[in-house]
Design a protein around this ligand. Structure first.
Ligand SMILES: Nc1ncnc2c1ncn2[C@@H]1O[C@H](COP(=O)(O)OP(=O)(O)OP(=O)(O)O)[C@@H](O)[C@H]1O
Length: 550
């Protein structure tokens, strides 16, 4: 046969047959290799589905060979085992069976099925070169209360686009709340033991920063509508993680109190008291041991805080001049520490005899805005400004509550590094409390209902997360406050003038075998906040006389 003519642009070249066949064969082999590689990649990506595929093939084989009955027996057996597992170890069953199965179901049925339509309707699809750039759904993970959907943004988007669309997304997928997180939710686990170096290297790759990944957390069941019961009092307060409430994903919320001042803002009757009492409760054992001193100002005549009077080293609720004196005394303590610690440490370490001093003010506006005596008001404002600007590192902390976040009410607002927003009346108050853009990033304080379900609910900023988290503080009722006041009185009885700070020399270490602790967070020592003299004091058996001494 004559060699065919092959067109090369305008030239026609006579090509031998063997060359044509060789090119066709080469092209086929390359195509086959590509298909095989894609199959292998697909199988590797869906390795979790492999057991199910194998099981389905075995079931088919059994059905073809023996009919239905062996399959029915196997299904009944499997059902029985799963039922027993669920009954005996519910938590493990949820973790390994129920929640993964739910995640597969919801991924396919809720998210994948409506993905394209929802993304287009919410304006999250970009157009390019006549086609569409659709966000890619990567994974779905379920917890008991939330669905965590991880996706990859198309080029041309940033997390702000998703913050803006969060309400649309929530309602499109039949939920009420959707939180958008621009950072990875899980952190790399701490690796110790065998192969830890290798595993850490793998973690560094697995947990690397991926700026184009976004996590949408849909609240399936609002766990925060339930009352949060008080937490047990830790025998040693961990000032870097005081558990005060619960987050939406049912994880505890822990406040980092060390070296910070806290401002909590909420409209009237929204639960500022529950934040303050949750905090006092978490510090109670430290109060009794002399590791923490609470100085309290309740300008509303003691209506909120008087009940806990025995726990407070200093307390004032009616005389504003006395309140101003109290602030001066606190400044004196701060100055004394400054002089003593200068050049030695940068952050004060609380210990018995030199405790963490927490000033709690229930209504800041009474002192900073509503006080009629201008001279006294200025004196108080200046004293508070000094404490707020210098006290954090010296273990003199201010925890203030206010109903109104505006500058003319809380003029010192910006000096509080940690801020918490409970239910607020106006949407523009949210950014005043939690910082510019907080409402756009999901802090909907103005939408927290003023009903029983919204009391004690608020938004907080968590270390390392740009997006605010919704939490509910534990509810401490009056009886429990009285009980706490009986069980955890302050070491020193209430005093009217400050005592000079006395440094107690570290007593001899007690025998490790005699140590007794009620509860240690995470079952380990509480790190650098536990100097040896405190540990020894806590490890002693409680005195039978019921009195404590510093
Ligand atoms: N965490 C909570 N869980 C459930 N209910 C709560 C919680 N916190 C407060 N409440 C309820 O809300 C009511 C008001 O709470 P609270 O007195 O703490 O509010 P507040 O913001 O301090 O009020 P005010 O502005 O008058 O100082 C309480 O009587 C209580 O019934």
């Amino acid at each position: 046969m004559r060699a065919p003519l092959v067109n090369f642009r305008k030239m026609q070249v006579a090509t031998p047959w063997w060359m044509i066949w060789a090119v066709v064969l080469f092209w086929l082999v390359v195509k086959l290799l590509v298909v095989a590689a894609r199959l292998a990649w697909f199988a590797a990506k869906h390795w979790r589905a492999m057991p199910a595929v194998v099981l389905a093939l075995v079931a088919l084989r059994v059905y073809l060979d023996h009919g239905w009955w062996p399959l029915l027996v196997a299904a009944a057996l499997a059902g029985g085992v799963l039922g027993l597992w669920c009954w005996k170890a519910r938590e493990f069953f949820d973790r390994w069976v129920l929640l993964p199965a739910l995640a597969i179901w919801r991924r396919q049925w809720i998210y994948r099925r409506h993905w394209h339509e929802t993304m287009t309707a919410c304006g999250l699809v970009r157009r390019y070169d006549g086609g569409e750039l659709l966000p890619r759904l990567l994974s779905v993970k379920c917890t008991n209360a939330t669905d965590e959907v991880v996706l990859k943004m198309p080029r041309g988007q940033n997390p702000d686009d998703w913050y803006k669309a969060n309400s649309d997304l929530a309602y499109s997928f039949e939920h009420r709340h959707c939180r958008v997180y621009s950072t990875r939710r899980a952190v790399a686990p701490a690796r110790t033991g065998r192969c830890s170096r290798l595993r850490r290297a793998v973690d560094r790759f697995t947990y690397r920063d991926r700026p184009r990944h976004i996590t949408l957390v849909f609240i399936r069941r609002d766990a925060l509508t339930q009352l949060v019961q008080p937490f047990p009092v830790p025998s040693v307060p961990d000032f870097t993680a005081l558990v005060l409430g619960v987050r939406e994903n049912l994880m505890p919320y822990a406040l980092r109190l060390l070296a910070t001042h806290v401002l909590v803002v909420g409209a009237t009757r929204r639960g500022k008291g529950s934040f303050i009492w949750s905090l006092v409760r978490s510090l109670a054992a430290g109060v009794k041991a002399g590791l923490v001193e609470l100085w309290v100002i309740d300008p509303k005549g003691g209506m909120e805080l008087f009940m806990g009077r025995p726990m407070f080293s200093r307390y004032e609720d009616s005389d504003f001049a006395q309140m101003a004196d109290m602030l001066d005394d606190l400044i004196a303590r701060m100055r004394e520490r400054q002089a003593r610690l200068r050049g030695k440490v940068r952050v004060h370490s609380p210990r018995i005899g030199d405790p963490l001093t927490v000033l709690i003010i229930d209504e800041l506006a009474c002192l900073l805005a509503y006080l009629q005596d201008n001279e006294l008001k200025n004196r108080i404002t200046q004293s508070l400004a000094v404490l707020l600007s210098q006290g954090a590192g010296l273990g003199v902390l201010v925890v203030g509550a206010s109903q109104d976040p505006r500058k003319e009410v809380v003029s010192l607002r910006d000096l509080f590094p940690t801020r918490i927003g409970l239910g607020l009346l106006e949407s523009n108050h949210v950014d005043l409390v939690l910082g510019e853009g907080a409402r756009n990033r999901g802090a909907l304080c103005d939408q927290i209902p003023d009903t029983a379900e919204g009391k004690g609910v608020g938004y907080v900023l968590i270390d390392g997360e740009p997006e605010p988290a919704r939490v509910r503080f534990s509810y401490i009722d009056d009886d429990l406050i009285r009980e706490m006041a009986d069980l955890f009185p302050a070491v020193t009885p209430a005093i009217t003038a400050p005592e000079p700070v006395r440094i107690v020399p570290a007593p001899k270490q007690v025998d490790a075998g005699r140590r007794q602790h009620l509860y240690r967070p995470n079952g380990k020592q509480a790190g650098p906040l536990l100097p040896s003299n405190l540990l020894s004091a806590l490890d002693q058996n409680p005195p039978t006389t019921g009195g404590d001494s510093a």
